[in-house]
Design a protein around this ligand. Structure first.
Ligand code: URA
Length: 194
């Protein structure tokens, strides 16, 4: 099976998941979307209302902002992969509980293992914490870090503020755009090192 077929197979299985209570409260599972050959994988927190409605990640206001930033660095969302820590919408968009994130973790690991991105960009504190525990987003945003992840191996991470948090906060928005614009350089560096 090629990567695309593997992802399709994984998504089909994900759609039937009921490992945690989130599935009974949401409309549908939102596995993620994009290129199976993506060099960059963006990982948010979890689906919101619009995502739950449409079954696609980052399609609300935060998603429009993400698309805008991708455009600034000449990328289309079809060229990257966009996923979330949890694939089902938490009620009232509350933060996912640790047990919900833990239940969904194997799905995300499988996505990463299939795609093998050169760079994982975490969006927001909750996504950062799953991969880079005990860090402060205010200190590590915009910095590339290589970490060993169990079942994945060595992986480069780049931490960004969440687009939703930055939408209506002028200074955070500026920081996020500035960090975002550095992504091509980070990728270039990773390629040079290989
Ligand atoms: N926020 C997220 O973290 N993920 C989405 O898919 C949408 C909004």
């Amino acid at each position: 099976m090629n990567k695309q077929e593997q992802l399709k197979n994984l998504n089909d299985r994900m759609m039937k998941c009921s490992q945690c209570a989130l599935r009974s409260g949401c409309t549908q599972v939102v596995p993620g979307e994009g290129s199976a050959d993506a060099e960059i994988m963006f990982i948010g927190e979890g689906p919101g209302q619009k995502e739950d409605e449409l079954g696609r990640p980052f399609v609300g206001a935060a998603g429009k902002f993400l698309d805008e930033m991708l455009g600034i660095i000449n990328l289309k969302r079809e060229e990257v992969y966009i996923a979330n820590i949890v694939k089902c919408r938490p009620p009232q968009n509350r933060d996912p509980l640790p047990e919900e994130a833990a239940a969904c973790w194997p799905w995300l690991l499988s996505q990463i293992k299939i795609i093998q991105p050169k760079l994982i960009v975490t969006l927001g504190r909750h996504s950062m914490e799953r991969f880079l525990p005990n860090q402060k987003i205010s200190q590590i945003h915009g910095r590339a870090m290589k970490r060993e992840v169990d079942k994945i191996g060595k992986q480069v991470f780049y931490t960004l503020y969440h687009p939703a948090a930055a939408l209506y906060n002028g200074s955070m928005r500026e920081l996020l755009i500035k960090d975002f614009k550095r992504i091509p350089k980070v990728i270039e560096k990773i390629k040079e090192a290989i």
